[in-house]
Design a protein around this ligand. Structure first.
Ligand SMILES: NC(=O)c1ccc[n+]([C@@H]2O[C@H](COP(=O)([O-])OP(=O)(O)OC[C@H]3O[C@@H](n4cnc5c(N)ncnc54)[C@H](O)[C@@H]3O)[C@@H](O)[C@H]2O)c1
Length: 430
């Protein structure tokens, strides 16, 4: 029985997709004593893992090297080995198409590979964020086409990944894991699996509930960020410091949770996941108005940042055309190297379109290339000594020396309140 093999750590676990979600998970299972095989279409990732090299900042080099050396983690592009697994955990991307419709092609490819070797007793778990119904409507029929029945011959569950890259306080191991199976046997087996490596497991009654939990969480963030971005614009118009307002509001011990304005949404989750939900809601004739509105407000933020650059330059009678503008931080959030959906990409494009000469410094992102603009990161010391007309703090990485930046750069647009406590007319907050 798979559940017994899970309980005594004999289950062989296959993880499909070894990115920000899959590699930390694979490492946790291997650390707990399971034999883990990672599957990825990217040969360079498999080679790095087999050489004991971590390419995900949240997976410490030493931990990965140790489980690889102990023979508990290896990686391969050979999908035929999926047949040797007791458990298959799918962690592939779920992007949006240009039309903002869900792109399930990665899930479909991964499931197609699992179907080929599907065998009785296997536990298949989908972790990729997706709309409610995906597991039952898309994954289950593909697997059952083989003639085996879910929750009887094989087990099937959905368990959303909640990892927050770069967050050392809440990690894969400590973040409670929500699990919903297509039936009770599947829920029990998947719960047993995660209980082996994760402190708290939260079983729910169906895959649809588990899928919806993740989308509620991320929609909650997107909508609240949209609200606070709108409040920031409002405060600017009324000459009120929005950051001071939030700091004071969050002293209320109940009924308020701080969210912060910024240059726009980034990453693989918040800008994307709510649109999986609104797309699915539309299929039921339901219009998800909060999601759409938050999308409008949040996606207009890069344009607003450029407006603040115009305001800053205007204060010293300079045009944006021909001005040298330097971005500090272009990753989508602090202390990570992830550029997916980063608002800095839009900001660079908008500035270049207006004739600015744009450069950047990001110790986590050595080079960037987007819509024909290719730039290399300028070293921090060099950037602080250079003669830029204006700087934009897009991402508040901890390594930046903000005191020195405030003293050296003639104009700064600070989109993150990184210069909190430093008061100068040359600093333009969001
Ligand atoms: N990054 C996050 O912070 C985060 C947090 C929670 C949930 N999620 C969700 O988890 C899922 C994975 O996200 P991620 O950030 O790890 O993505 P990622 O791009 O970092 O990793 C995905 C990996 O899957 C591989 N892959 C793609 N197609 C494949 C296939 N057919 N077979 C094998 N491997 C394949 C890719 O090569 C890549 O290595 C997404 O649904 C995402 O929304 C991400």
């Amino acid at each position: 029985m798979t559940i017994d093999r899970i309980r005594n750590r004999q289950a062989r676990i296959g993880i499909i997709g070894l990115g920000y979600v899959g590699l930390p998970l694979a490492t946790e299972f291997a650390k707990a004593g399971f034999e883990v095989t990672g599957f990825d279409v990217d040969d360079s990732k498999c080679s790095a893992i087999n050489a004991g090299k971590s390419y995900i900042p949240d997976v410490p080099q030493s931990e990965l090297a140790e489980v690889v050396r102990a023979g508990r983690l290896k990686a391969t592009t050979d999908m035929s080995q999926l047949g040797n697994m007791d458990v298959i955990d799918i962690c592939v991307p779920t992007p949006l198409r240009k039309t903002k419709d869900p792109d399930l092609s990665y899930i479909v490819k991964a499931v197609e590979a699992a179907v080929v070797t599907l065998k009785k007793g296997q536990l298949i778990i989908l972790e990729s964020t997706t709309y409610p119904g995906t597991t039952e409507e898309v994954v289950q029929p593909m697997l059952e086409a083989k003639g085996l029945k879910a929750d009887v011959d094989f087990l099937l569950a959905f368990s959303p990944e909640r990892v927050d890259p770069g967050n050392a306080q809440h990690t894969t191991k400590t973040i409670p894991k929500v699990v919903g199976g297509v039936g009770p046997v599947s829920t029990e087996a998947a719960s047993a699996l995660y209980s082996a490596v994760i402190a708290t497991v939260v079983p729910v009654r169906s895959t649809r509930v588990a899928e919806m939990v993740k989308l509620l969480e991320n929609t909650f963030r997107a909508v609240n960020i949209g609200l606070v971005n709108e409040i920031a614009l409002m405060c600017n118009r009324m000459d009120i410091d929005v950051w001071e307002v939030i700091d004071a509001a969050k002293t209320k011990p109940f009924g308020f949770m701080p969210f912060y304005p910024g240059p726009g949404l980034g990453g693989h989750c918040i800008p994307i996941d709510p649109f999986y939900l609104s797309w699915k809601a539309k299929q039921s004739g339901f219009e998800a108005r909060f999601i759409e509105l938050a999308g409008h407000v949040n996606s207009a933020m890069p344009e607003y940042v450029v407006q603040r650059v115009v305001d800053a330059l205007n204060s010293v009678k300079k045009p944006i055309n021909g001005s040298r503008i330097h971005l500090f931080g272009i990753a989508y959030k602090r202390d990570v190297n992830d550029m997916r959906e980063s608002p800095a990409l839009d900001i660079i494009e908008l500035l270049v379109r207006r004739g600015a000469v744009v450069t950047f410094t990001d110790p986590y992102v050595p080079t960037m290339s987007h819509n024909g603009h290719a730039l290399a990161s300028v070293a921090i010391d060099e950037a602080l000594a250079a003669k830029y007309d204006c700087a934009v703090i897009c991402t508040d990485h901890k390594v930046f020396d903000y005191e020195r930046m405030a003293a050296n750069v003639p104009l700064i647009v600070d989109t993150r309140n990184a210069l909190k406590g430093i008061d100068r007319p040359s600093i333009f907050k969001l």
